[in-house]
Structure formats: structure tokens, C-alpha cells
Ligand binder design. Structure first.
Ligand SMILES: [Zn+2]
Length: 277
């Protein structure tokens, strides 16, 4: 079974420009997930272009929620993408309490500012109060470097985090995320790594050698991530690790972390009917 811990929900009828010449439609994006046997996914807001247009994120999250309610092709888990420069802790609370959002995603690239514990603490404190994990985008720009993320997590260590993406760091070290995850694990800070953009199946092997198999989640960051679920999945499927570890990474860790047991058992039949059409 496969659960995708990182996808951006393209609204029906909409598309997303992933480069100047390539546009991904709702249908293409969703078919990638279905064709690769993904049973469920964390669904986050999808901007129509990058960089992010300045948009009202609270309203965009609610639009996603409305679309998810009508879409039974997969088991969707709404995940709130918010910005500390724009959104209040009360807005996060409303998305969680009124609409069943299962987590907070912080995207420093939205503001092009590194997170600052003083400024951003409100959303993080609310995530803690609501007992939901916070996912933090990593990579591509200095504002989203691992050192900055480390400081943020250390400022609020008593809650659960997911570091999104696993690219080599600015110095080109492909194991940088693994060292950080291991360090947090040894200090008793609960931090997971989401595997989109990991460079090679050997990195997944390295992670298991470092006893990190309970701290990894599989995700592909579609419609980005090469717009190709299969290649992203291959990094785990082709890794020289046992099936038990693959099951944890592809499914079981996400089910535990996002408390999905009930959601998945209730809706599994719907998802399967859709795939067998
Ligand atoms: Zn993403």
C-alpha cells in the first residue's frame, strides 16, 4: 500500500505551470497517483505558477477542502498550507476544527523569508495545541536551508515536524537530511523526513542503516517532483532494503503520524472501486 505524504491538489478544471512550457492538468496529475497504486495522499494548495502568486491562502485552503469532499478517487487528507506573514493561529484552528485539516505546512518560499521563531511562533504554538504535525519546506533557496530549519525546530522542540524534500544540501552532501534526522532522533525531538527529490535509492538504504526507517515518509511533490510519480516511487521500491522497511516508508509511518487508521479503513473501498474502473 502506498500513501503519498506530499502532493498539491490541482482543482478540477485547473492546471499548474511547472515550467515556461509545461502545464500539468488536474486529470494528468491525478492519473499519475492512481496508475501507481497510491491509495491516499496529503492534499495541499497548488499555486497555478511558481513563484507563488500573492493569494489569500486561508481561502485557497477552503477551496481545496470543498473539492476534496466531492472527490472520492483517492483518500484525501487535507493539509493546511499557511504563511506566518498572512495567516493567524485562529485561521489554522478553524481549518483543523471545522474542516478536518491534519497538519500545517510552512513554505518559506511564499514570503522568501526564513522562518523566525519570534514571528512564526503563533502558528507553531497552535499546531502544538491542536496536536498536528508541522511540515517545513526545505531546499532550493537559502531561506529554506537546513541550518535555518534546524534553528526553528530547536526553538519549539516539543512538537512533531516533517521536513519536506530530501535534496542534497547547498554543499552537495546527499546525506545532510539524514544526519539531521538522526541528530534529532537521538535528542528525542520528533522529526520526520519526506523523501521527494531524494537523489538515489542508496540514500534510502543509508537511512535504514542509520535506523531511520520509522522517520521517513514517501511523497513526490506533484505536480512538481518531475511530474512523475513512478520515478519518485522507484527510489524506495528499488532501494536494497527489506519489504518491512519499504512498507513503513511507503505507508505505515504516515498512517501512524497523521492518525489515518479510521479514515483509511472507512474509505478504502471507494478508492479501490475507482482504480478498478
Ligand atoms: Zn510541495
Amino acid at each position: 500500500m502506498i500513501f503519498n505524504a506530499h502532493t498539491h491538489y490541482i482543482l478540477p478544471g485547473n492546471s499548474c505551470w511547472i515550467s515556461d512550457y509545461r502545464k500539468i492538468t488536474h486529470g494528468f496529475w491525478k492519473q499519475q497517483l492512481i496508475d501507481n497504486g497510491v491509495v491516499g495522499a496529503l492534499a495541499m494548495y497548488c499555486p497555478p505558477t511558481l513563484p507563488f502568486p500573492k493569494t489569500n491562502l486561508f481561502e485557497e485552503n477552503k477551496e481545496i477542502w470543498k473539492a476534496l469532499k466531492k472527490d472520492d478517487s483517492l483518500i484525501w487528507v487535507p493539509f493546511a498550507m499557511l504563511s506566518p506573514s498572512q495567516n493567524t493561529p485562529e485561521q489554522l484552528k478553524s481549518l483543523v476544527k471545522n474542516h478536518g485539516f491534519k497538519g500545517l505546512k510552512l513554505i518559506s518560499v511564499f514570503d522568501n523569508k526564513a522562518y523566525d521563531p519570534e514571528r512564526d511562533g503563533g502558528l507553531l504554538m497552535m499546531a502544538k495545541e491542536l496536536k498536528i504535525p508541522t511540515m517545513i519546506h526545505s531546499g532550493w533557496r537559502e531561506v529554506a536551508g537546513l541550518e535555518k530549519i534546524k534553528k526553528n525546530i530547536e526553538a519549539f522542540p516539543d512538537q512533531t515536524y516533517v521536513i519536506a524534500h530530501m535534496r542534497p544540501n547547498e554543499k552537495g552532501c546527499p546525506k545532510s537530511h539524514l544526519f539531521l534526522l538522526k541528530d534529532f532522533m537521538e535528542r528525542g525531538i520528533k522529526v520526520f523526513g519526506e523523501l521527494s527529490y531524494v537523489d538515489h535509492p542508496n540514500r534510502v538504504f543509508d537511512a535504514v542503516q542509520m535506523s531511520l526507517e520509522n522517520r521517513l515518509l514517501w511523497g513526490d511533490d506533484l505536480p512538481w517532483g518531475g511530474a512523475n510519480t513512478y520515478t519518485n516511487l522507484a527510489k524506495v521500491v528499488c532501494a536494497p532494503i527489506n519489504q518491512e522497511s519499504k512498507n513503513k516508508i511507503l505507508y505505515e509511518n504516515a498512517v501512524k503520524l497523521f492518525k489515518l487508521e479510521k479514515v483509511l479503513s472507512r474509505n478504502r473501498i471507494l478508492g479501490e472501486q475507482e482504480r478498478n474502473k
